[in-house]
Design a protein around this ligand. Structure first.
Ligand SMILES: Nc1ncnc2c1ncn2[C@@H]1O[C@H](COP(=O)(O)OP(=O)(O)OP(=O)(O)O)[C@@H](O)[C@H]1O
Ligand SMILES: O=C(CO)[C@H](O)[C@H](O)COP(=O)(O)O
Length: 323
């Protein structure tokens, strides 16, 4: 249950509240000469702002799953800015904290629930993707507590040292995002999620992104990155990839089909797969439900080799459910 307030910038006195059956919080801004309130009332030359917050005050929890180097941080930065405010590490805390806090949203990285540090994983011959290297009991207890409005002391996995650092305090935000390798792996944690997203990046694209990032920013050599990708593959297939069947939305990023024999990888094919009947969210469409758009630039006018754009919509099935 959410309480929503609509505010009209050209009619400041006109503010009204409504109760929505959806519990998630959102701010929707409609611009234009004519704006419609959710009840259908008409307002001219106004910007309509709808602000919703949970009537019960509990935290909305979003899960974002993907393999390392698949764009979780990049996607999160965009998402938190959509929810409001710039996301920053907790002030005065551990400089190597993986947490990001904004006005509305706290993003915690599930790497913080590694139960084995870098040396421990090496000793036990397991990768960070293996369930044995992660503490799902603590993950469940802490996400549940935050969802119920309680602060927790969450551990920190330090990616610089490879060690487990002293915990940091996480206060319950309006929106909690848990991002990492396993947000949908443990059923107890999965059941706490109000919405879940899986970034499904094809191998070709994943390798290109990871190689470029790890060489430029993390000082790894090409051979080392390739070896690490190979070593993680069996655990990725066993423990990470299967989570996509549970996601409310899957974003697939694949090589383009618009450029024959493309090896630059700059143009990508993206498929947004949305589960039908997700309880708390309505589907979104690139243009409009059911529409397909194709744009081919005129070769005589353009000197570049861009292949154009295609937006295609269609119903499908994915892991036995309608999408
Ligand atoms: N949407 C995108 N389009 C193009 N490149 C992208 C996109 N998202 C991510 N990348 C590239 O992939 C690299 C890895 O992305 P990012 O650091 O967000 O991944 P990550 O999943 O958070 O990784 P890790 O878990 O290892 O920290 C980035 O440096 C960026 O160059
Ligand atoms: O898959 C990963 C998620 O980010 C990391 O490899 C894992 O967290 C271990 O980190 P590091 O390589 O820094 O020891």
């Amino acid at each position: 249950m959410a309480v929503c307030t609509t505010l009209h910038t050209a009619a400041t006195a006109a503010a009204q509240s409504l109760i929505s059956p959806h519990r998630h919080k959102q701010q929707v801004i409609f611009y234009g000469n004519t704006a419609y309130s959710p009840r259908g009332a008409r307002h001219h030359s106004a910007a309509l702002v709808v602000r919703c917050s949970a009537a019960t005050g509990d935290t909305v929890v979003i899960g974002l799953a993907a393999d390392s180097g698949c764009g979780k941080s990049t996607f999160m930065r965009r998402l938190t800015s959509v929810f409001g405010g710039a996301a920053e590490p907790p002030k005065g805390g551990n400089p190597d904290s993986n947490t990001l806090v904004s006005d509305t949203t706290t993003v915690i990285c599930l790497d913080d629930y590694h139960s084995l540090d870098r040396a421990g994983r090496k000793e036990n011959g397991v990768t960070a993707l293996h369930p044995r290297a992660n503490d799902f009991d603590l993950m469940y207890e802490q996400v549940k507590a935050i969802k119920e409005g309680k602060a927790v002391h969450k551990p920190i996995y330090n990616h610089v040292t490879g060690l487990l650092d002293p915990p940091e305090l996480i206060k319950p935000p309006k929106i909690l995002v848990i991002e990492g390798l396993h947000p949908m792996f443990d059923k107890r944690v999965r059941d706490l999620l109000d919405f879940s997203i899986y970034l499904d990046i094809s191998n070709e694209v994943k390798f290109a992104w990871k190689i470029q990032r790890d060489m430029a920013e993390r000082g790894h050599c090409l051979e080392g990155i390739k070896a690490s990708i190979e070593a993680r593959k069996p655990d990725f297939d066993a423990y990470i990839d299967p989570q996509k069947q549970y996601a409310d939305a899957v974003i697939e990023v694949l090589p383009t089909q618009l450029i024959p024999d493309d090896n630059e990888g700059k143009v990508l094919r993206v498929r947004l797969i949305m589960k039908e009947g997700a309880k708390k969210f309505t589907p979104v469409y690139l243009f409009d439900e059911g529409s397909t758009i194709s744009w081919i630039p005129c070769g005589r006018k353009l000197t570049c080799s861009y292949p154009g754009i295609k937006f295609t919509y269609g119903p499908d099935t994915y892991y036995d459910h309608d999408v």
